[in-house]
Design a protein around this ligand. Sequence first.
Ligand code: NDP
Length: 289
Amino acid sequence: MATVLKASPIVKQYAADLKQECAKLKANGITPFLKVILVGQHPPSVTYTKNKKKFMEGIGAKCEILKLDEQVSEKVFIETIASVANDKEVHGLFVQLPLPKALAHIDVGQLVPSEKDVDGFHANNLFKVLSGDCGEKALVSCTPKGIITMLKHHKIDVTGKSVAIIGRSLIVGKPLSMLLTNLNATVTLCHSRTTQLKEITKGADIVIAAIGKAKFINKDYLSDDKKTIVIDVGINYDASGKLCGDVDYDDVENHCSHITPVPGGVGRMTILSLAQNLIKAASSLAKDS
Ligand code: NDP
């Protein structure tokens, strides 16, 4: 039976550190402040933003969700981001994705100043990661950062390991491939045009699924030696409406060495990373002011 890499003990430990750092900042007159821009009523986005607010408040930070109507014009949307970005009280800002179709073409990562870019989407932050940073200087994209934190916490050294990431989005797969490369892993970044996907994943020490397809990865994708570490990024619903990942957990759990659950795995690590980025942004902005 695989070791289940649950997020809760890790989150508990790091949240306690963040609480202390937040208290220190507050003692110096700085209350870390996250502002979230939410357009429309997309139900998962409403839930995600609520969860993020709850977590930030739990560590003592301030968090506000600025709700915009689904029909908001591009002009008002961009002006709103600019106004929040210029607010000196705000240390971190992100736009909850996905955006409605009419706004989906906008590269929000470039509208948020890099020093407040707690989602790690700004070109400056991405370039630092591309240049070899693992979060020392950059604000790193939250899901990849959370996965690295989880691996480090469990003392899983990726040096020399072969990692297959399935999914090449700018939010998950691409930055994660860079972070793991910076940590000396050998990464194969797979996508929908990858041929012989099973051969690649079967040969990998670590398989990371960020596909967006319920239970896509089953035991046929894993090495027969049952030593693969499986990280499931996916958040989907199965045919019966139950929350599930991109990995068929029941099929895989006896055919791998470690596995992250859904829920209770990567998703919670992502929120932790957001809080870490907020505290980092608030500390840096405080030093610069
Ligand atoms: P995207 O839709 O942006 O990307 C999906 C990727 O999967 C693409 O690169 C696509 O390839 C690839 N893909 C699709 N079908 C296949 C296939 N049959 N074989 C191989 N590759 C395939 O998704 P995201 O990266 O935004 O999200 C992925 C999943 O992770 C979703 O379930 C999402 O909800 C979840 N997620 C979870 C987070 C968390 O905190 N746990 C945070 C962010 C996302 P191509 O590029 O060729 O189209």
